[in-house]
Design a protein around this ligand. Sequence first.
Ligand code: SAH
Length: 398
Amino acid sequence: MATAKLFLKSKKDQSLMRQHPWVFSGAIKKIEGYPTEGDIVDVHANKGRFLGRGLYSDASISVRILSFNEEEEIDDEFFKNAIDRAWRLRESIGITEDEGTNIFRLVHAEGDNLPGLVVDVYGKTAILQAHAPGMHMQKEIIAKQIVDSSKGRILSVFDKSGESLPKNYENKPDPEYIIKGDNDMEEEHYLENGYKFNIDWKLGQKTGFFIDQRDNRLLLGSLAKGKSVLNTFCYTGGFSIYALQNGASLVHSVDSSQSALDILDKNIELNGFADDRHKTIKADAMQFVKDLPLDYDIIILDPPAFAKHVKNRHNAIQGYKRLNSSAISQIKPGGILFTYSCSQVITQKIFRDTITAAAINVGRQVKILHQMTQPADHPINIFHPESEYLKGLVLYIE
Ligand code: SAH
């Protein structure tokens, strides 16, 4: 069957000419052919010029471009090469050779020129989460190449796309192995910078762990000695473990998910910190920060994405402002605040402006010590600024 062709409205070709890989439904003028979910389609400018080739979807992002080169076919070879390139990038940043770390992101969607696909590695297992149906349809070839390019490192590939595919998508897969080695759940824990973590990648949130905070957890560790630390939205305690290991005097970890806190308690034990320095608190963190029980030296705010779409951006900004105002107003003089946003629609500038508004609100002196983002295994496609989704500030509050 001939590849369907989409023609864009005039002037709607600009972002593709800058190699931004999304085509929104509103930009399409006409379609030649009858593409269905996940088909490969060609995108042309109004006057006919070829712009790119990608995966069609009946959604607001109608096409995710995989190639801007008219000569390049999107076939098995294409996906094999793309996965191989993702491995080579991880080798070049040293993460595959790091003896203290066997948790990393292998494919970061647009950041690896594979829009709609995330793959995270936990020991000998890779967890695949497709966000685009067209990408999910390629899971067999992708999984095989993840193993083939891994130089013996990956034995199993597990598909957890049921929860990442669009809500209205009908063919939602159950969680299952695409390739099953003999290592299933053999690995009792995983390693990040030498710290041990229990990770329930089958039932945990996202692929099981928030790998994107790895470098930021190291930074927190470097500042934690002798400090009292409040870790809100703590999940399974990534920041808490680094704080305890680096000599924090006390760590309080707050989350609303009991299953996350159960794993956190196991992680505390696993790393040998079953002492009275740590306390797990099940609470709504938005409420908890309104009236803190202690003057903490360090507070971490790492909430889930408050806005997934531009239409929710305003409410999200109000949420960040409230949360940060509470922390800035109550932290000890000379305290340090680690504050994050992982909403793709909140840019670095908007986030910083929001924190500025919170600081003005509270009326304390606030200084930026560090500006943070995601680590190198979550590369940012320079043509797709949205792939820089994690924003963080380390603030000193006088
Ligand atoms: N900092 C963590 C990742 C945080 S992910 C880490 O390093 O691993 C966001 C967390 O917020 C999740 O664990 C989720 O359960 C929790 N959460 C979501 N809404 C919440 C709320 N209102 N109160 C407390 N925790 C919440």
